[in-house]
Design a protein around this ligand. Sequence first.
Ligand SMILES: [Zn+2]
Length: 125
Amino acid sequence: MNRRTLLQTTAITTLGLIMSSAPKSFATEPELEAQELQLTGLITNNHGHVFTTLTLTQTILILQQIHKDSEKPSLVSIKGTSGHDHILELTTSLLLELLTLGQIETVTQPGANHTHPVMLQLAEI
Ligand SMILES: [Zn+2]
């Protein structure tokens, strides 16, 4: 094998290794097809309260902000058109469980002497 042939063989072998180790495209895997998700909140016994839908990106940014902020929970108002407010406490463990399981039930802080269970769900847009 002369030097030129050796170089060609090496180049072809290297290319073959790169191609065989390249990750498969997700698009060819039906079970991994990308779907746009958003975070919705279903409020039980609701009277005018509104959970403002968050994009998945906003949800992840909130998670990162909590982490940056020494794990101080993110406080979300669901007042809506009701005469009183309730606060939802979003913590790292709550959001991680939500991202892992796709949904999680939590309870608002009290307002006007009651609370509301809220089902947080990652749903396709
Ligand atoms: Zn209420």
